[in-house]
Structures are given as C-alpha cells and as structure tokens.
Write a protein that binds this ligand. Sequence first.
Ligand code: HEM
Length: 498
Amino acid sequence: MNYLLLLLLAFLACASIHVLIIFILGTKKSKSSKDPPGPNPFPIIGNILELGNQPHQSLAKLSQNYGPIMSLNLGSIKTIVISSPKLAKEILHKHDLILSNRSIPDTIRALDHHIFSMVWMPPTNQWRILRRACANKVFSPQLLDSTQILRQKKVQELLDFVKEKNEKRETLDIGEAVFITVLNSISNTFFSMDLGYYNSSNKPQEFKDIFFGIMKEAGRPNVVDFFPMLRKLDPQGARARMNKYFGKLIDFFDGLVEERLGRERKLSNDVLDSLLEVMMEDNSQVTRPHLLHLFLDLFNAGIDTTSSMIEWTMAELVRNPKELKKVREELHQVLGKEQQIEESHISKLPFLRAVVKETFRLHPPAPLLLPHKSPQEDIEICGFMVPKNAQVWVNVWGMGRDSSIWTNPNEFMPQRFLESNIDFRGNDFELIPFGAGRRICPGLPLAFRSVHIVLASLLYGYDWKLPNELEAKDIDMSENFGITLHKAQPLQIIPIKS
Ligand code: HEM
C-alpha cells in the first residue's frame, strides 16, 4: 500500500472517530444557551473553510454577523474569537490568570521548545522566573540605556546602506534592509555581534534564511493544528523542518554560551553576560536549556514583528504624502541640523509617535495576538461559556478597523492620536498590538525604542518616492497572514537626500 493512501486512510479513520465525538458533544452542548454564537460547522472540518487565506479579515467579517464573542470548530479544536475591547478586557484582564495558558502549534513542539520556552509554557513559577529575568536583565531601562550606543551604530549602518542606494539612484527593499538592522540591533544588544549583512552577494545570510524559514513554517496552516491526533505522523513534515531550524540556532547559541563561560571573566556587558550571571546563581532555576530556548524566543518574537511594523509605517507614509511631509517637518523642527538621533528624542516627537500608533492600529504585527486558553475549567465571559481547552484568539486587527470604535477606520489619520490619550501599553483595550495583562509582550520597551529610532533616522535624512513614476494609490497594501502580518508585496522605494 503506498504511503499516501495509508495517510489518507489514517486521516479518514481519525476524522470519523472525531466527527462522532464532536457530534455527540455538539448535540449535548447545543442545549446550552450560553455557547457563543458562530457559523454552523461542516462535519469533520468544522469551520476551517471560513478562515480563508486571511483569517483575521474573515473573522472580522464573521463577527459583524455573530457578535464580539464567536465560537468556531477548527477541525477538532474549539476556538473562541474575541472582537471587542470590552471582551478583550474580560479575557486579558479579569480572567487573565486562568486564560494565560497557551494553545500550542505543532511546529513549536520541535526540539521540545514548548517545554522550555517562555512564550509557550503555562504561567507557572518557572515562567514567572523567566519573565522576571527578562524584565530585570534584558529589557530594564538601565540595560536598554546602556546598550543604546550599540543600536545607534546599527542604525548608522542602515543609513550608510541607504546613502549608497541614494547615490546609485537605486530602489530599496525597505523591509529587507530593516530586517537586517533589527536583527543586528538585537544580536548586538544580546551578544555584541552582527548576524546579518546588507550586501548579501559576498556574505553568508545563514541567519536571515533560518529566521525566514521559521516564520514560514510557523505561519503556514498545518493540518495537525486542526487534528492533533495526527501529531505523530507530521503529515506535512512541518515539525521535522522546524527541528532543523531550531537545532541550528540552539547549537549556535550553545556555542556562544560555551565560549563565554570558558573565557576569563572579561565582561562584554551585554544581555548574554547578564543572563549568565542569573544562570550561575546558587540554586538558579534558569538552566542552560532555558537560556538557549529563551534566546530562540527573543530573536523569533522580536525581529520579524519590529521590522514588518517599520515597513508598514513607511508604506503608509509614502501612500499619504501629507503625513510624510508633516512627520519630516516635525523631525527637522525638533532636531535642527545634522543631529545624531537618540532614543531620548522620542518623547519630543508627538507626531511621529502618533504615526506609529496609527500604524499599530491598522497593521498590528500579531493580528490575533498569540493563542490563549483555559486548560482546567470552563469560564463564563459576559454570559457566554468559554469551554475548557478551547483556544482563544483576540482579533486586534478587527478591533483596529471597527467603525464603532474609530471614525473612518480604514483611513491613515495619525492626527486622531494627537487628540486622545490612547496608548498601546495594555491599558486601552481598543489598541493592544502587544497584548495586555500578564502575557503582554515583554519586549515592548525595546520594540518601542527600535521602531521610533529607525523611523526617525530614515525620515530625517531622506524624502521617499516610488520608482517608475508609480503613484501613491498604486502601492499594493495587501497582507500576508502568518504568525506575523506581512506586506504581501515588499515595499520598494527610492531615498531622496534632503
Ligand atoms: C513591534 C514589535 C512587537 C509586537 C507588536 C509584539 C507583539 C507581541 C504580542 C501580541 C505578544 C503576545 C501577547 C499575548 O499573548 O497576549 C507578544 C509576546 C511576546 N513578545 Fe512581543 N512584540 C514585539 C516585539 C518584541 C520584541 C522586540 C521582543 C524581544 C526581543 C518580543 C518578545 C516577546 C516574548 C518573549 C513574548 C511572549 C511573552 C509570554 O508569553 O509570556 N516581542 N509580543
């Protein structure tokens, strides 16, 4: 019997047992008036087809029919979708403790990453220890201040690359260039070394390829996430590929740790030094595997989100020349002539900050946050039941474009944030691109500095135009859904020295 046929039979066998279970449970549940509403599921596949290519958009549309709390069956996985600030607050604030668990995509099980990873482990004592280590040793204001100079150097290298493009009158793939800047800013903050290069022709791009590979695998739909009973088979080979990517990074990080520990204690004053101190404390609960998987988490969570956010902002500004002009005027007024831009300038640039908030509203890098769940008990949310083990998605993309929250929600209007105090630090539930509550993104302080400083530097020195006499309206703003929301068509623009 050939392999494919075997696979198909296994799938059908599993699926039929499952459909029976869903049917039995489904008929029992339908008597409860407290189930959140949602579209009728098909047998076996449930509502998978409703997701389409752009699940965040499809779910936002569905919520217009079914309301701000919806229930879907994605294969055998019950999924609750939240689409209003009020309900997001219930999930991420009021029931934060119980709903801070994670539903785990199968690729994340590669090399047992889910066991050691701060992003994916349940909110246990171990998780708290790792969060504390991050807050004190990675993202504290003192540490970020002391490593500022390293990031400034990386931004200067980006500007050198832009200058080269400007002199040759060449177009720039801004997302790709900024990816290298953010990769190197993080790798220098953590390890005092570069991992990426702008001119790829004569330098290896191993790390860039690995991170791209991880993003691709993590973002691609995987049948195992809808039918966990197929886990052992890994029918798409996704976990096997992820094993290789994770393995390469873990080996690399382990080599750095080994080298640092073997060295006479000559300090580099970077994050690796600080975290090694934590690991070496007596009775430390931060073990070497925890440390290696933490680096895996921080690189994966930090690079793609930050760089894609900067690309979206540049796209919105080039598409809205009046706003581009305004933000450049503010930079010139505040900074004067030829100043080196520093992170401390951010507080003096209200319009730039409004531009960033407006981009987070329209293009949140994690459109459904990361999946939450309650593994132990059913929870009642505003009169509806969230059953135990259901995964919970918060559609921040949908909330950002909801006309009952924002006027002209599809327009890029940074001005709206000059007239309000809404911020994205987890207290204003209409704008939560970093999440809220105990699982809020711990990298927010670094992301905040990086996004503003890179944008300010790109916009201060250059005006930006489209190539080939393209017009602003021609920019393709379509999205590519994955664990991070990317621009489907990379933004190609020309820097004009001013
Ligand atoms: C624009 C940039 C970024 C955005 C929009 C972003 C967004 C998010 C979101 C939405 C979550 C999940 C929150 C939830 O589960 O409710 C998250 C978690 C996380 N982020 Fe970020 N992030 C960004 C940058 C960073 C950076 C720079 C780092 C580190 C270098 C980082 C590290 C993490 C980690 C470790 C978690 C998991 C926290 C946990 O589960 O306890 N992020 N981020």
